[in-house]
Design a protein around this ligand. Structure first.
Ligand SMILES: Cc1ncc(COP(=O)(O)O)c(C=O)c1O
Length: 427
């Protein structure tokens, strides 16, 4: 295995169900990572397993560019209906979130005849070269991989903690247009409605609304990257709905297909159709097994009332995280996020930066039977991506493990530098 591939935990999984994982030694864990936001519907939802099994018995692959199949069209119709916007929409299916963000930009460039793209600092859009160029976090993703794609500009993400409230972030965008690229040369804005890898920081709704207005004024395509926020994680199907903003294009992946690799771009028909036939696709894009899983996943969202469950789960998670902040006010800064996409930020201390503290809590929690993840530019945030269908018992066990981990680490904070493995933050 290449050294560049790493894992957050010394964990070899043998089985998974709902919000639980079992390792090869039979040890059970509560899963607060959900394969980084992929398992909103839980591991091995029976309807998803059944749908994939049925598809397996029919055919597993044709390549849509060679032979078409109903599942792809059905998923496209579902996404067209789900994506916000009272206008005709079309969908492109792919396999990964990185492909989704790259293809959104290809489509926006084809539709506008412009080259430039504006992304936002601390945003994460994937590991392939254009996606990586748009990503606003250097370590560990970018530092050895330049040169990057041309005509990508970054503006500060609106986050008051980093000195950019909505007004200041909008001024910085103005300045970008004055000093580096003319708005009329910009094909697209791409933004996460809530920073995922960047630390679970929601963009203020007024900023997103103003971005919509600026996009309209200059003919810029507004792309929202809902790869991590989508499919109920923030309490609505897509986070952007809560801002009352309608994007031109929306990228999705992760929880759309209950653990199978599926991703895509959905949006305004006239923008999606700017690309000539043959200009979009991919050998595995919209794989039949993944499409079958997506249809079963989306049905289960309705049948199991997952959005209502997400809202209730978000309240429980927030209450448990609030209690942690109250218990350790000098070491845990705040609870951040939207809906059930929540995190706590650990506070740096001299000789013991926040990064090591969050990483050590995650490592201690693993010993206590909880699989959790860090996030944020310094891996200073502990993020919760528990399946939205987690039971009360799953949550109680997971948070009790987290409480014990915090008690252990915060009582004995040693001010030692963290190990390399503890520091790595994986998306
Ligand atoms: C917001 C966002 N965009 C894009 C990606 C890239 O997705 P993938 O890892 O499937 O390429 C991710 C992955 O975490 C993400 O969170």
């Amino acid at each position: 295995m290449a050294r560049g591939v790493s894992s957050a935990h010394p964990l070899f999984v043998s089985r998974a169900e709902g919000a639980r994982l079992w390792d090869v030694d039979g040890r059970e864990y509560v899963d607060f990572a959900g394969g980084i936001g992929v398992m909103n519907l839980g591991h091995r939802h029976p309807a998803v397993v059944e749908a994939v099994r049925e598809q397996l018995d029919a055919f597993t692959h044709t390549c849509f560019q060679v032979g078409m199949y109903e599942g792809y069209v059905a998923v496209a119709e579902r996404l067209n209906a789900l994506c916000p916007g009272d206008f005709e929409k079309k969908t492109l299916l792919l396999s990964t979130g990185s492909e989704a963000t790259e293809n959104a930009i290809k489509i926006a460039r084809a539709a506008t005849g412009r080259a430039a793209v504006v992304s936002f600092s601390y945003g994460y859009h994937g590991r392939t070269l254009l996606a990586l160029t748009m990503t606003g976090k250097v370590a560990p993703y970018k530092q050895t991989f330049g040169p990057f794609a041309p005509e990508i500009y970054q503006s500060p993400f609106p986050d008051a903690r980093r000195g950019y409230d909505t007004e200041r972030a909008l001024r910085a965008l103005d300045e970008l247009f004055e000093t580096r690229v003319a708005a009329r040369n910009v094909a697209a804005f791409i933004i996460e409605p809530v920073l995922g890898e960047g630390g679970f920081i929601p963009a203020p709704f007024p900023f997103l609304r103003e971005l919509r207005r600026i996009a309209d004024r200059h003919g810029i395509v507004l792309v929202v990257d809902e790869v991590q926020t989508g499919f109920g994680r923030t309490g609505t199907m897509f986070a952007i709905e809560q801002a009352g903003v309608v994007p031109d294009l929306l990228t999705f992946a992760k929880s759309v297909a209950g653990g199978l690799p599926l991703a895509g771009v959905v949006g305004r028909a006239e923008i999606m159709d700017a690309v000539d036939p043959g200009g979009l696709g991919g050998t595995y894009a919209g794989n039949p097994l993944a499409c079958a899983a997506a249809l079963a996943t989306l049905d289960a969202f309705d049948a199991d009332d997952v959005l209502a469950r997400a809202e209730r789960l978000g309240r429980t998670v927030r209450a448990r995280l609030d209690a942690l902040v109250a218990r350790y006010p000098s070491r845990i800064e705040d609870v951040r996020g939207l809906g059930a996409m929540l995190a706590v930020a650990f506070v740096d201390a001299p000789g013991d930066d926040g990064k090591s503290l969050a990483a050590r809590v995650v490592a201690a929690a693993f010993d206590e039977g909880l699989v959790a993840l860090t996030a944020g530019p310094k891996a200073n945030v502990l993020r919760i991506l528990v399946p939205l269908v987690a039971t009360g018992d799953d949550l109680a066990r997971g948070f009790d493990a987290l409480d014990r981990a915090c008690a252990r680490v915060l009582a004995t904070t040693s001010h030692l530098p963290p190990t390399e493995a503890q520091n790595s933050c994986i998306t």
